[in-house]
Write a protein that binds this ligand. Structure first.
Ligand code: ADP
Ligand code: ZN
Length: 434
């Protein structure tokens, strides 16, 4: 369903005009209110008056994760503290956490974006939405919660974890929509089976999954196990949380909420803007955020953009599945690979469970030629003859080699031996952590 046709189906010309007006206003705000931006603009020799068209965006400086850390906790804020009504935070990868303050206006905007996002995937006010994203500092829990309430659905705020109770509630309260990370969806399925419950026999029909990279093969697997349509959703703390983009039921890329977020794709090495269709780093400028507007934020997420109109009627640009963060990229004998590419090769093979771990040596992380992949096999394969295991191992090795051009040591492990994570999965592990 299209909740906000005025914006979601806006003719591109009008949308671009709206984006330009919002950009000009935001640029003025950060220039006046945020010393960091005033300084960064100065270094680039640019002032708000230089932004006359959308292509002038490239004159503006980038904001990086490092800038968030350097300005920790409130250095990037554009409003006085008394206007802040909520503060979220993400762990980030290393060092100081990323701080995300919101005004009441931001919470309202975000709730509306999330309501529209849930509607885009096919949720309605008649749904019972079980929200298994973590509540707390993480933006997932509250982001979905407010959106689902705004939509008028019934929300069950289970948060992540306590999986058995989660399944009990799912059955008894007749949950129709589940929101969680793809890895938690697998845990739900596994636990349900242990309890003698097949999730396909429940009222569950739809899932909104994101917060971590997952492959198309993983989607197929989850849809089959849970008996649902699994919709991909993307977002990040620095920008707002979940709701930056979402798939429609055509599942052909995630529509970006472009009336709120202005996007570009750049060459991560040179910083140059790339044309539509080319793969590169996603860069986002917030157009409506009040507490902490962000100019040209480098997400490190590798995607491509598709501006073609979609069958659903939306005019909003679609972004591809995120292959991975540029930080997670492994270089194996000179070949670039993302964990999600390894995942898609693994899951295409019969007898392999969607649980795997990539083991690397920290000092070689970016030049690893000793790549080890631990893969769980199904009960059937495991209880079969040794020869079957050996054949599977060889098959996996060959597929890695022919599809990704990398050679890896494959280690097949017993079902249920790889650690499960209730939030974001950690697929790449250093040998020293084992
Ligand atoms: P943290 O940085 O601590 O993981 P965030 O929740 O802000 O906290 O993480 C946002 C990141 O999660 C994104 O930049 C992206 O790398 C990843 N992500 C979010 N949604 C998806 C998705 N649907 N597919 C792939 N990656 C995603
Ligand atoms: Zn669409």
């Amino acid at each position: 369903m299209i909740r906000d046709p005025e914006h979601e189906k806006m003719p591109r010309k009008d949308l671009e005009q709206l984006q330009l007006e919002r950009l000009q206003a935001k640029v003025r705000v950060v220039y006046e209110k945020v010393p960091f931006y005033r300084q960064a603009f100065k270094e680039k020799g640019v002032t708000p008056d230089d932004i006359q068209t959308l292509s002038d965006l490239t004159k503006l400086p980038f904001t990086s994760k490092l800038d968030f850390r350097d300005n920790y906790p409130f250095g990037l804020m554009a409003v006085p503290h008394d206007q802040v009504v909520r503060i979220h935070s993400s762990s980030g990868t290393t060092g100081k956490p990323i701080i995300a303050p919101y005004t009441q206006g931001d919470i309202d905007t975000w709730s509306e974006i999330m309501a529209r996002t849930l509607a885009a995937g096919g949720a309605t006010k008649d749904d019972v939405i079980q929200n298994a994203y973590g509540y707390g500092l993480f933006t997932g829990g509250l982001g979905f919660h407010y959106g689902a309430e705004r939509l008028g659905a019934s929300v069950i705020p289970t948060s992540g974890g306590n999986t058995k109770r989660q399944i009990l509630l799912l059955q008894d309260l007749e949950t129709t929509v589940i929101t969680c990370t793809p890895s938690y969806a697998l845990i739900l399925d596994e636990t349900a089976k242990d309890m003698g419950i097949d999730l396909r026999d429940t009222k569950l029909r739809l899932g909104f999954m994101g917060a971590e990279p997952w492959s198309e093969q993983m989607r197929g697997d989850i849809e089959e196990r849970l008996g649902i349509l699994a919709i991909n959703i993307y977002g990040l703390t620095e920008i707002i949380g979940p709701g930056v983009s979402v798939e429609c039921p055509y599942k052909c890329g995630m529509h970006i909420a472009e009336d709120h977020f202005l996007v570009e794709v750049i060459n991560p090495e040179t910083g140059e803007q790339l044309p539509y269709g080319e793969e590169g780093e996603l860069v986002i400028t917030t157009l409506t955020k009040e507490a902490q507007p962000v100019i040209r934020f480098r997400t490190k997420d590798i995607v491509s953009l598709n501006p073609e109109p979609c069958d659903c009627g939306r005019t909003l640009v679609r972004m591809s599945r995120v292959t991975g963060r540029s930080d997670d990229m492994l270089i194996v004998r000179g070949v670039n690979v993302f964990p999600s590419q390894i995942e898609s090769v693994l899951l295409a093979i019969e007898g392999v469970e969607p649980h795997y771990m990539i083991v690397v040596d920290r000092q070689h992380v970016f030049k690893s030629d000793e790549l080890e992949i631990w893969v769980e096999v199904s009960e059937e394969v495991f209880s079969d003859e040794m020869l079957k295991m050996e054949n599977l191992e060889q098959r996996l090795r060959e597929e890695m080699d022919s599809v990704l051009g990398i050679s890896a040591h494959i280690k097949l492990v017993e079902p249920k031996t790889i650690a499960r994570t209730e939030g974001k999965a950690k697929r790449v592990v250093d040998r020293s952590e084992l």
